[in-house]
Design a protein around this ligand. Structure first.
Ligand code: PMP
Length: 361
């Protein structure tokens, strides 16, 4: 067997420990005589799986008791609508900061349900930086402030959180969930599509402060109401059972093999430093993000020559480094180095880039 180093932005690499454990439990989970995939979501065996996933997540992320953890479907993209439908209920307005395609999409969706104010944007320089956080002025009457904490496509991360006073801060953490500790109490809502750091696609995790779970806007479809999912322990309908089980295994790996999110952060910083250091000194490759806004998870880079970029993507793929092509809207390359990418994977990539540089500079 030869597994490639997969630099995909998502779905992405899973820890081998998790895949092996899932594979061992595939045909018979414990003494149940069945696969987790085949279980009724109402069975006591499955109840134990989903509750264990939740309690591990709470432990790892240090989630306060006054927050609910919801296991939903529909991807992070459904949250673009669920957030305004459930939160734009007092003054029917919200503040958004535009730092890339995903925050743009989130804002466009919110405009369907209320008044949206764009507080800041980094569109002027192709989203290669996070706008000055201290200079942002938020509306104290807004129902919430929405940000995308890590921007998957452009490879930026907020260097610090904005000060929003009493206005709840809502953050899309799809591409950085579980990559480092976060102070959950600073947020009203955190949400993530699981398919990068948390598990397979199909699961969307929402962490929401209880007082924000109220009556949604009139006409909100039942499945788009936080209250319905919170009141039913994410079991109003069939949840994405297998993805939740896998998310539980990822949490177990983080706790037992990595030793928690502080340790995960150190490893992620080490990986990112190897790559950024190389990019900062390379004669051929160049990172596209301003140093103060760099993501630990997604690292976009270019050679400055589209043909050479294509050649690099093709040759790296042949050498076992897959999915390094940048997002279709920006071109160039992007290495997504999520939790499951081992340090050796990044070192091997840099060695390959050095060789490519020598041959092509
Ligand atoms: N937000 C961010 C930051 C993302 O990276 C993505 C997907 N790559 C999305 C939202 C959309 O997620 P989904 O495909 O789960 O709807």
């Amino acid at each position: 067997m030869s597994r490639v180093y997969n630099f995909s932005a998502g779905p992405s690499m899973m820890p081998e420990w998790v895949l092996k454990k899932a594979s061992n439990e595939m045909l018979e989970y414990g003494a149940t005589g069945q696969s987790v995939m085949e279980m009724s979501h109402r069975s006591k065996e499955y109840e134990a799986i989903i509750r264990s996933c939740e309690s591990l997540l709470r432990e790892l992320m240090n989630i306060p008791d006054n927050y609910k953890v919801l296991f939903l479907q529909g991807g992070a993209s459904s949250q673009f609508a669920m957030i305004p439908l459930n939160l734009m209920t007092k003054n029917h307005k919200a503040d958004y900061v535009t730092t890339g395609q995903w925050s743009k999409k989130a804002m466009a969706e919110a405009k369907r349900y209320g008044t949206v104010n764009e507080v800041a944007s980094s569109a002027d320089k192709t989203f290669s930086y996070i706008p000055d956080v201290d200079a942002m002025k938020f509306d104290p009457e807004a129902d919430y402030v929405h940000i995308t904490l890590n921007n998957t496509i452009y490879g930026t991360k907020w260097p610090k959180l904005p000060e929003t006073g009493n206005v709840p801060l809502v953050a899309d953490i799809s591409s950085m969930a579980l990559s480092e500790p976060l102070d959950v109490s600073k947020f009203g809502v955190l949400y993530a599509g699981a398919q990068k750091n948390m598990g397979p696609a199909g699961l969307t995790v929402v962490i929401i402060r209880e007082d924000l779970i109220g009556e949604p806007q009139e006409g909100t479809p039942t499945m788009f109401q936080y209250k319905i999912h919170a009141d039913n322990g994410s079991m109003y309908n069939t949840p994405p059972t297998y993805s939740i089980y896998m998310c539980g295994l990822v949490c177990q790996w983080l706790k037992e093999e990595i030793g928690g999110l502080e340790n995960m952060k150190k490893i992620n910083e080490e990986k990112a430093a190897i790559l950024y250091d190389f990019l900062d000194h390379s004669k051929l490759f160049k990172g596209t993000v301003e140093p103060g806004s760099r993501s630990l998870m997604n690292v976009p880079f270019v050679t400055g020559d589209e043909e050479l970029d294509k050649k690099f993507v093709a040759e790296s793929k042949a050498a076992g480094f897959v999915n390094l092509k940048g997002h279709r809207t920006v071109g160039g390359m992007r290495a997504s180095i999520y939790n499951a990418m081992p340090v050796e994977g990044v070192k091997a990539l840099v060695a390959f880039m050095k060789k490519f540089e020598e041959e092509n500079a």
